[in-house]
Write a protein that binds this ligand. Structure first.
Ligand code: RAM
Length: 884
């Protein structure tokens, strides 16, 4: 089908073609990608009413689900007679809550789904998937065991137990957690592919356990389990004060192995007084400092049956039941991802031997080495080389980031740390025996197993590198909790950074489970008065809470997750926490003005070194606080509306009005000038609708003038940056937004790219134009906050916009806005419904757009330089027209 349209005097050819045409062949309708609570086949679902989601594949356009049927049973061969059935005439295919008779704890359920669509077709039953319900406190019979008392040794405890299985095994599940970190083995093999388990939570409130299906690892006869423990966040060095034992001083194990024989009998092996403990090769391990591993002290075969325990193996100690609350894993585990080959060996001017991996990453080096017993190899890790080309670690502050390996003198051995990780691009090698061979060094990235969902590319290689850097900033700092940085003695869950980046993060990867897990701790670590800590899990001093733009993570992130994943449940779970945060602000405000307490303000805004002229972009901190107060109340109001809490809607509407009135009185002149003449001041005022409508455009113009006065440079810090380009676009200054994006000189997003960055830096000038560094006290080269431009790129350049009223991309607006000299851009986004795509190119004056809309969703397509609006259903579409 093709349409000829007239716009002004220009003749426009609009070709509208649909790849799949209805009724030309039998429709293929199917259901796939089944998930429960955002996870594929999860093994520890705590929600008593777990939520089911699926995606729909259809070979015809405009497909919408009209009804669904779910079957849930306790055997893989589900049928209508042995299953619970849930069904409804409903378009909902994302996060449908179970609503039948109560599920039983610690039980594996199998499920499948089929649907009908608006074309009258019925899908076949989907493949059968499963989920297992979590354990109730009473399901735990295992006892906490530890080594000696007191637990003062730096060495990692080994704990082992042998047991006999005398019948054919049907299934075996192991439930395990630790105070500290653990690596568990059965019969000589490591269980699972996860690292840094049980993960980091607010241990005083929550401790996650993991569940593994170990049926295939067990055998008839004698079996052995061996578990090694590390200090981790629980007991190791964490925070700024060189503090240890923050959560407790004793590393301990809790393990329960449940075996079901074919004949229906059950056997349970638990951690208890029958276990033995010793130490082995891990002499010390620390998240910040690295690990020391002495291969001479390995105990070969200690996780196998038949191992001969010598007199170093001692009985274990039973600990009192703790107050910790065990919870199932609700987020993705940390696993290995990309591997990087060593690119080159550098001899630095100081004579150091340094290997370059070409990418700033988080993980460790897998080292192969062979040499005389007692040879000590030390790998030190750094993000950058200094101006002279020497290995630079001063910005790590006190974090050593060093792994030491001591050889045992046998054949070639492979080493990697167990309970530490490093942020690095360069590795300094000391003590390597013989000739250094690049093939013996491989860097591996570890991060939470958040699936890649978004891809974004353009015709401009610098922008593509920026996107690459944003993604790697995310990978490096999504290591079980969202951290600010992954290398120095910090690595903490800074709330401000997380809220600034959450939306961008959700374009690049599926962070629904990741943030659901973290938000539980935001709530758990919230103070009794409602204030929210600077970092979550909170390991800082009393008083480290309540900063505007940081604490607001408590309102901002749940809302983002709702809008981007359609997760209404997260609003229900977090509502109280959101309310408490707003109540806290109100309690410290006077006359509706939040003008007290400590605030970080627009952290790391632009400050010229020699500032005689007063060009530092300082924004009044209480003015910022007032805008975030309004924002948090607005979000709470939104949530109250979604959850239909009428009284709260009334309450927060009135409060919001008062907050805005107070703001105008205190911070704006009658002519519309703000008391701080900075980009961030105008950006926040406009983004959060602080100004009366008639004064908004003038404020946007003041913002533009400000940008121009800095020669098309941004001056914003952590709080202004995420919204800067959005505000410019919203008020019609798309070209100014592009000027800022394309700016290659400091301060800008592309300046670090031009300086060779492979991740986002903490500061706009982490490396100054002359090659020198910013203050080593705080200068990370892997810090995602400024990467928050990412969502503007997806939304404006590629044009993928979620419709808030139909969250989770149930409805999308595709509205690309070409500019900045770009001749093409493509973004794909794997949404909760399926793949969305917007891809455009300008060729010989013709604008061509390809769009893919997933089944069970709709889209509105707004073409650039064209006033036509296309409303479409699912399917593939192509548009092209003269673009003048
Ligand atoms: C530093 C980091 C972090 C920031 C805090 C306020 O620790 O820059 O990202 O959130 O300061």
């Amino acid at each position: 089908m093709s349409v000829l349209t007239q716009i002004g005097n220009k003749l426009l050819l609009l070709i509208f073609s649909v790849i799949f045409t209805q009724n030309t062949f039998a429709q293929q309708l199917s259901v796939n990608n089944l998930t429960v609570e955002h996870q594929t086949n999860p093994l520890s679902v705590d929600n008593p009413v777990p939520r089911f989601s699926w995606k729909i594949n259809s070979s015809v356009q405009n497909t919408l689900q009209t009804s669904y049927e779910i079957r849930i049973g306790t055997t893989p061969s589900i049928n209508d007679n042995n299953a619970i059935k849930i069904g409804k005439n409903s378009p909902q295919s994302v996060l449908i809550a179970y609503n039948d008779k109560p599920l039983i704890s610690k039980t594996k359920y199998y499920w499948q789904v089929k649907i009908k669509d608006n074309h009258g077709n019925t899908s076949p039953w989907s493949a059968v998937q499963y989920f297992q319900t979590g354990l109730l406190p009473a399901d735990w019979t295992a006892k906490w065991i530890s080594m000696v008392n007191p637990d003062t040794s730096l060495k990692s405890p080994l704990m082992r137990k042998e047991f006999n299985l005398d019948k054919k095994i049907k299934s075996a599940m192991i439930y395990v957690t630790a105070k500290g970190l653990y690596e568990a083995n059965i019969n000589g093999k490591r269980i699972g592919n996860e690292y840094l388990s049980p993960g980091w939570t607010s241990y005083k409130n929550h401790l996650q356990y993991q569940v593994y299906d170990v049926t295939a690892s067990l055998k008839n006869g004698q079996n052995a389990i061996g578990v090694v423990l590390g200090d981790g966040w629980y007991k190791g060095r964490i925070g700024f004060e060189n503090q240890k034992n923050f959560y407790g001083d004793t590393r301990a194990l809790l393990l329960q192995l449940e075996i079901e024989y074919i004949n229906g009998e059950r056997k349970v092996i638990i951690s208890d007084e029958s276990w033995k403990s010793s130490t082995g090769a891990i002499l010390a391990s620390s998240i910040y400092d690295g690990e020391t591993y002495d291969a001479r002290r390995e105990k070969p075969g200690w996780t196998n049956a038949g191992f001969k325990e010598n007199n170093t193996w001692k009985p274990v100690r039973i600990l009192e039941k703790g107050t910790e609350k065990l919870i199932g894993m609700s987020g993705p585990a940390v696993v290995k991802h990309e591997e990087f080959k060593a690119l080159k060996i550098i001899k630095t001017p100081k004579g150091e031997t340094v290997i370059d991996f070409g990418q700033n990453l988080v993980g460790w080096v897998i080292l192969k080495a062979k040499g005389p017993a007692g040879t000590k190899i030390t790998l030190s890790h750094a993000e950058v080389l200094d101006k002279e080309g020497n290995f630079y670690t001063t910005n790590l502050r006190s974090a050593k980031q060093q792994n030491h390996y001591i050889l045992k003198g046998a054949n070639e051995q492979t080493f990697e740390p167990h309970f530490s990780f490093q942020g690095f691009r360069y590795v300094k090698v000391d003590g390597y025996p013989g000739l250094l061979n690049l093939a013996n060094f491989t860097a591996v990235a570890i991060y939470s197993d958040i699936k890649s969902t978004g891809k974004f590319t353009t015709s401009n290689p610098l922008i593509n590198q920026l996107q690459h850097n944003i993604e790697w900033g995310q990978k490096g700092n999504f290591v079980d909790v969202p951290t600010d940085c992954p290398q120095r003695d910090e690595r903490l869950g800074w709330t401000g950074d997380a809220q600034a980046f959450a939306k961008t993060a959700a374009f690049n990867m599926d962070v629904s489970g990741f943030f659901s897990k973290w938000l539980k701790d935001v709530k758990a670590d919230q103070l009794p008065n409602g204030s929210v800590p600077f970092v979550v899990p909170n390991v800082l001093n009393a008083g480290s809470n309540g900063s505007a733009g940081w604490a607001d993570a408590a309102t901002i992130i749940p809302w983002d997750m709702y809008v981007l994943y359609g997760d209404r449940g997260i609003l229900e779970t977090q509502y109280e926490s959101m309310k408490n945060w707003v109540t806290y602000i109100s309690s410290v405000s006077k006359n509706d003005l939040w003008n007290s307490g400590f605030h970080f303000g627009d952290w790391l805004f632009y400050r010229p070194e020699d500032d005689n002229d007063g060009r530092a972009a300082v924004t009044d901190k209480y003015m910022i606080a007032q805008t975030f107060y309004a924002h948090s109340v607005q979000l709470l109001l939104n949530v109250a509306t979604v959850l239909d809490k009428k009284d709260d809607v009334r309450l927060y509407k009135a409060l919001l009005e008062r907050i805005k009135t107070a703001y105008l009185k205190e911070y704006m002149t009658p002519n519309g000038k703000l008391v701080s003449n900075t980009q961030t001041a105008y950006v926040l005022a406009l983004q959060f609708d602080m100004l009366p409508e008639n004064l908004r455009q003038q404020a946007a113009e003041r913002l533009v003038q400000n940008v121009k006065s800095y020669g098309n440079h941004l001056t914003t810090g952590f709080l202004g940056t995420p919204y800067l380009c959005h505000v410019l676009s919203r008020f019609g200054f798309e070209n100014v937004a592009y000027d800022l994006l394309m700016q290659e000189k400091y301060p800008s997003w592309l300046y670090p790219v031009k300086m060779g960055a492979t991740t986002i830096w903490e500061r706009w000038d982490g490396i100054k134009p002359d090659g020198s560094f910013q203050t080593p006290n705080m200068n990370s080269y892997n810090h995602y906050a400024y990467g928050a431009i990412g969502d503007w790129m997806y939304i404006n350049i590629a044009g993928i916009n979620v419709v808030t009223e139909q969250p989770g991309y149930k409805a999308t607006i595709i509205a690309p806005k070409p500019g900045g000299g770009l001749t093409s851009a493509t973004a794909t986004l794997e949404t909760s419904y399926g793949l969305l795509k917007s891809s455009w190119i300008i060729e010989n004056g013709i604008f061509k757009l390809d769009v893919v809309i997933p089944a069970n969703t709709t889209a509105t397509i707004l073409l650039p330089k064209n006033d036509k609006k296309e409303k479409v259903g699912s399917g593939n579409y192509h548009f092209e027209y003269k673009y003048l």
